[in-house]
Design a protein around this ligand. Structure first.
Ligand SMILES: C[C@H](O)[C@H](O)[C@H]1CNC2=NC(N)=NC(=O)C2=N1
Length: 97
């Protein structure tokens, strides 16, 4: 079970993500990023790999795919806010993109 982050932990985890193109979502405790790929097949291939990690970690993205773009929102529903798992999944997404 995840925990909501302390203010200090939160800053340390989120600052590098903001520097890497993630943004806070307005009106909720969540982060988002748009990933753009060369084609639909590349976008969907990335989603497939991410889905396997998400399932392994039992932590699932909110996302929407249109052609070569994937809009991702990460938050932890169980704690109604951002947890360390969101940062972990965000880093994995960046690494795989
Ligand atoms: C019951 C199950 O463990 C939970 O619903 C998991 C599944 N995946 C999840 N994914 C996300 N993003 N947040 C959660 O709180 C969450 N909880």
């Amino acid at each position: 079970m995840s925990e909501k982050l302390s203010e200090a932990a939160r800053g340390a985890l989120l600052e590098p993500l903001f520097a890497a193109g993630w943004s806070p979502v307005e009106g909720r405790d969540a982060i988002s990023k748009r990933f753009t790929f060369a084609s639909f097949v590349e976008a969907f291939g990335w989603m497939t790999t991410v889905a396997i990690w998400a399932e392994k970690w039992n932590h699932h993205p909110e996302w929407r795919n249109v052609y070569n773009k994937v809009d991702v929102i990460l938050t932890t529903h169980d704690v109604n806010g951002i947890s360390a798992l969101d940062a972990k999944l965000a880093r994995k997404m960046d690494m795989l993109a």
